[in-house]
Design a protein around this ligand. Structure first.
Ligand code: CTP
Length: 405
């Protein structure tokens, strides 16, 4: 799977807190995603996790001492920081945060931080009172002023037995922050992208609804790929079992009408709309106030058309619109019809029977007046990266025109 992590050099600074064990998983995930991960541990971190654990997972030597490496190819203590694409310090103890804020450099981690021109992410983890102490708070503000991105901490049960602030954020949230930081200057940097995902639910009575098989995977993958490319993303999502991406503004909706209202609000200042959601075309004409009781053998439902959201945005030529066509027959013909009828810049056509709910997919990309481009079969993350690449190209081709106006 190719993401913004592929081939990136990430220095992972681990300081001495019990949360250090959680960073083992992060080091593994980053390595599996194709990043080169160099771990620097403070002496105190050795008390919680062994260097061998990190070395086994990253296949790279772990550094602790300033003077242990100084070869022709590596200028020892400064080379790691100088060559990194990103420095992540997690967990960051109150002591390490204080040293970073004041530019102290008395070990490999703090020396590397001073010598690192790349973006820096700090994820604090400590006791509740230590975190809330004015000294720590001031030090964190200082780091933020220096351009450091501080992620967390979360509130919850702490190692001390207390419940409060000071928990290291989840690995997933750190991963999201890392991807967003690495992608910040990507091809969609500065662009605002609205992605819709998942199914809608149209209520029949207080406990029943009409819905469809959409899992939301494609939409969520597109949101992640757009963040990787530097976009500011709003994800409008129907009910799914997926984890909401922490770097997107997430709006949860249920019905097609709620989705339509949310899209209209979100596209006001957006550059791109990607309609991945499987929107219900019909809703029950009336919603029963109470549970519908069993009666005759046959029950007829009366349905009413919902608003076609993409069509309702035809009067917005400035908005780059991407639609999806999930069909079970005559795929390319139906997709071309939708591309034209809904005034889209791009439509992604796929076979609903194989793509819905699956982790993999295969699709055709159609643009007005152009040949279809086949993509996949590939994991949805990869398809999403390709679609976002094409969206970025379309937007770039259009930007000079927008600037002339
Ligand atoms: N769409 C929309 N509003 C709707 C229904 C669909 O904006 N009320 C969007 C979908 O999100 C998708 C595209 O239109 O990007 C095509 O959706 P699809 O369900 O394949 O097509 P329909 O226009 O609903 O036509 P049909 O159901 O007849 O295939």
């Amino acid at each position: 799977m190719t993401t913004v992590l592929q081939g990136k050099r990430i220095v992972l600074g681990v300081s001495g807190g019990i949360a250090a064990y959680k960073i083992v998983e992060l080091a593994r995930d980053l390595t599996l995603a194709g990043a080169q991960v160099d771990v620097i541990m403070t002496r105190a971190a050795h008390e919680f996790v062994t260097p061998l654990t990190f070395e086994t997972l990253t296949r790279r030597p772990v550094r602790t001492d300033v003077f242990e490496t100084w070869t022709e190819s590596e200028a020892g203590h400064v080379s790691l920081g100088a060559e990194a694409d990103l420095l992540v310090i997690a967990p960051a103890t109150a002591h390490v945060i204080a040293k970073l804020a004041h530019g102290l450099a008395d070990d490999m981690l703090t020396v590397t931080a001073l010598a690192c021109p790349a973006p820096v992410i700090v994820a604090p983890a400590m006791d509740h009172h230590m975190y809330l102490h004015p000294a720590t708070q001031e030090n964190l503000r200082t780091l933020a002023r220096h351009g450091v991105r501080v992620v967390g901490p979360d509130e919850g049960p702490l190692a001390s037995g207390m419940v409060g602030y000071g928990r290291l954020v989840s690995t997933a949230r750190l991963m999201d922050a890392i991807r967003a930081t690495l992608g910040a200057h990507g091809p969609l940097s500065g662009a605002r992208v609205v992605v819709t995902a998942g199914p809608t639910r149209e209520p029949l009575d207080p406990i029943r609804f009409l819905s469809n098989r959409s899992s939301g995977k494609m939409g969520y993958a597109l949101a992640a790929a757009a963040i990787d490319a530097g976009a500011q993303v709003t994800l409008i999502t129907g009910p799914t079992a997926l984890r909401p991406p922490s770097e997107a503004t997430v709006v949860s909706v249920e019905t097609a009408a709620e989705l339509a209202a949310a899209v209209h609000r979100a596209v006001d200042d957006a550059d791109v709309l990607i309609m991945t959601a499987a929107v219900a075309d019909y809703r029950p004409s009336t919603v029963a106030e109470h549970k519908i009781k069993k009666g005759e053998e046959d029950l007829t439902l009366r349905l009413t058309r919902t608003t076609d959201i993409l069509l309702s945005l035809s009067d917005r030529p400035g908005l780059l619109k991407v639609g999806f066509a999930a069909e079970t027959t005559s795929l390319l013909d139906y997709a071309r019809d939708k591309l034209r009828a809904k005034h889209l810049d791009l439509i992604v056509a796929n076979d609903a029977r194989t793509s819905m709910g699956s982790d993999e997919g295969q699709a055709y990309l159609l643009r007005p007046g152009q040949e279809a481009e086949a993509i996949g079969p590939a994991p949805k993350e990869e398809l999403a990266a390709t679609i976002i690449d094409r969206v970025a190209r379309l937007l770039a081709a259009r930007r000079p025109v927008a600037e002339e106006r």
